[in-house]
Design a protein around this ligand. Structure first.
Ligand code: GLC
Length: 674
């Protein structure tokens, strides 16, 4: 059951499409302090708190503090408190069980036992908010109700579940051709190459550099004949430059954010001084979305939206004031304290949160300070694109994912987990974020495989791919100046080919489970605790996940490990796919097992009386025959049914009608039912 509690003068976030009636009275279990703008409750030591989408730390969020305040900070250390997105939904499960969604566009802090070990405290910046309180039979039931409330998750075209190669550093046609050539020569599957900011003319959105890509549409077509989709990046801010049509037109129509006095607001991002499309304003949003047409018309079928927290490196005002303050130190003999204070001035000038109080939106004629609606920006930039694609590409799905988001955006696009690092701990962080994001509606997601920042190693990329083959977005991406990490840069070519090819073998299952999760408002990735609520051991497992109907995954994320401990809540069948193409199957009893997994081996587990549809693979998605499937299976005493969703992978018409049922008999034989 869902109850809505409303306070103050709320800003319409458009997160919940159909709102329930407002309930009176107090929110159960939570104590509201109107003066402190907070909600608190005592937790029992065994209570778990799940959710909060993209964030650091565990699947169980207890023991840390999290801030919903979209931030461009690529340093995902263990002690960060905020990331690129704001996902204000959590579930408390233990002595009491409920879900809470804080529908609020400003900064919220979730202190889940950080200040006081056994206290959950939620702090808002003001009390203009809607709270949705959800009770249910289980955590999964609560999540399901929440997902129904917020609307169906975005479904990309199926090719976007193929493997993609990206790097901030491919600057021209020759670079891209080379990537494709190397992959194709080595017979390593590939579906897309991502274009980072260098494809643009001086980082100007919706332009293509005429020298680096002299005939862009022909190039897009050339790539398509090789089964490759090019996916360009779009940044939130628009270069401030006279004569650049997007800038001129936006200025003329008043579609950019302004300062308090109504003059246009400028901040520096990749193109230098830039303007911020007022995507919270409906007319401006439509206009910004229409800009994507110029690339759609050249054959592009997918985009990644970036820098939309929005990231602002500095403003001229801030820089000036910083320089003024720094100049006060000139000629003075500095002690250490003064030196650090001076250095702090420079650090403070970059990505200063204070910037967000200095610009404004125009929403239905009302001037709204950005700070109060900060977390809605990435959502509305992506919504601009998503809404435009419904107009501009009514038949075909368009790939779209964003760095910043809040709940609501899940209807328009996916999200990637931002600028991670080539660290082993980030494989695990990638895994832990999957169920939390699913809870909040984000199904199409994945991390920069191999790590974005810092130098990677061959074994790290391989191990990361062994998780990546299971994530809907499977993209290898890295920052410029870091070690190159395409599969062909390393020695174990057979290993890379094997692991990446496994994605294409598993694609019928991954796609089927993804679409069903979207259609049915369910989680594709679940912690063991959600599927085995009566199993106390399962509650503590944070490095394995249930994937879809019948699979469990347990990737290796430790360097030089040749296997790992795996906890089985029930008997399961282990499938091991060796590099030489052979497969072995072992039934393991419930309990703890050491499972070996050589560097380029793929392991997965099948639940009893379940089947996993697989294909013979292919070099790209269009080579995979989704109608010619066979099954990995674990018959174990009971007949069972698998619901297989398959379609053309392209059109927007996605319904349960496309589900085909297969039945497995006790003897393991499988036949199509209808
Ligand atoms: C941001 C993005 C990253 C991209 C870079 C350059 O850091 O998160 O993915 O490569 O900008 O555009």
């Amino acid at each position: 059951m869902i109850k809505r509690y409303a306070f103050g003068n709320r800003f319409e976030t458009d997160t919940v499409p159909v709102k329930p009636e407002i309930s009176s009275g107090e929110i159960p279990f939570l104590t509201m302090d109107q003066e402190k703008l907070s909600l608190t409750m005592n937790l029992e030591s065994d209570d778990c708190v799940y959710g909060l989408g993209e964030n650091a730390r565990g699947i169980n969020k207890r023991g840390w503090i999290y801030r919903s305040c979209a931030t461009d900070d690529g340093n995902h250390q263990e002690d960060i408190v905020q990331m690129y997105s704001a996902h204000n939904f959590l579930v408390v499960n233990g002595s009491v069980r409920f879900g809470l969604f804080v529908d609020y566009p400003g900064v919220v802090t979730f202190d889940v036992g950080y200040t006081e070990l056994n206290t959950l405290s939620i702090q808002l910046s003001d009390l203009n908010a809607d709270f949705y309180f959800i009770t249910g039979e289980s955590v999964l039931d609560i999540v399901h109700q929440f997902r129904q409330l917020i609307g169906r998750s975005y479904i990309p075209p199926r090719w976007a579940m193929g493997f993609g190669q990206s790097r901030w550093g491919y600057v021209n046609e020759a670079d891209v051709r080379n990537v494709v050539k190397r992959y194709r020569e080595l017979n390593i599957p590939l579906d897309s190459v991502y274009l980072d900011i260098d494809y643009m003319d001086h980082y100007k959105d919706f332009t293509v550099d005429p020298e680096r890509f002299p005939s862009f549409s022909a190039f897009v077509e050339e790539m398509k004949t090789q089964g490759i989709h090019l996916v360009p990046i779009i940044d939130a801010a628009v270069k401030s430059e006279k004569g650049y049509s997007v800038c001129d037109e936006g200025l003329e129509k008043g579609y950019f954010c302004t300062k308090e006095d109504g003059t246009v607001f400028e901040g520096a991002v990749w193109p230098g001084l830039s303007l911020f499309p007022d995507v919270l304003n409906e007319e401006a949003r439509r206009w910004f979305g229409d800009q994507y047409k110029v690339l759609l018309d050249q054959g592009i079928e997918g985009f990644w939206n970036d820098m939309n927290e929005p990231a602002i490196f500095y403003t001229e005002d801030q820089l000036e004031s910083t320089l003024e303050q720094v100049s006060a130190y000139q000629g003075k003999k500095l002690d250490l304290e003064a030196f650090w204070a001076m250095m702090g001035l420079f650090h403070g000038a970059i990505h200063s949160p204070d910037t967000y109080s200095r610009f404004y939106h125009n929403v239905n004629g009302r001037q709204i300070c950005h700070e109060t609606v900060h977390n809605l920006y990435g959502y509305n930039m992506t919504r601009a694109a998503g809404e435009a694609f419904e107009r501009l590409s009514p038949e075909k799905r368009v790939l779209l994912f964003s760095r910043s988001s809040c709940i609501g955006m899940h209807r328009y696009g996916g999200t990637w987990m931002g600028d991670n690092c080539s660290w082993w701990s980030h494989i695990l962080l990638n895994l832990k974020m999957l169920p939390s994001l699913n809870m909040c509606g984000f199904l199409y997601t994945g991390a920069d495989i191999g790590g974005f920042g810092r130098n990677t190693t061959e074994d790290l990329v391989l191990r990361w791919l062994e998780l990546g083959i299971f994530t809907p977005l499977m993209r290898n991406h890295s920052a410029r100046l870091t070690r190159e990490q395409e599969a062909y840069q390393f020695t174990d070519t057979d290993g890379f080919r094997h692991v990446i090819s496994m994605r294409y073998v598993l694609l019928p299952y991954i796609y089927s489970e993804f679409v069903k999760a979207a259609l049915r408002d369910e989680m594709m990735y679940r912690p063991l605790a959600f599927d085995y609520p009566a199993d106390d051991r399962a509650r503590g497992v944070e490095d394995q996940l249930m994937l879809g109907d019948g699979m469990m995954i347990a990737p290796v994320y430790v360097q030089n490990a040749v296997g790992r401990m795996v906890y089985l809540p029930e008997t399961m069948k282990l499938y091991r796919f060796h590099k030489d193409g052979t497969t072995d199957e072992t039934v393991l009893e419930a309990g703890d097992h050491y499972v070996s997994a050589a560097l380029s081996e793929v392991i997965l587990f099948v639940r009893p009386n379940h089947m996993i549809p697989v294909s013979d693979g292919g070099h790209c998605e269009r080579e995979v025959d989704f109608n010619d499937i066979h099954f990995l299976s674990f018959p174990n005493g009971k007949p069972s049914v698998y619901e297989y969703y398959t379609d053309d992978g392209v059109t927007r018409n996605i319904t349960e009608d496309a589900v085909i049922r297969y039945r497995m008999e006790v003897d393991g034989s499988i036949a199509r039912m209808d």
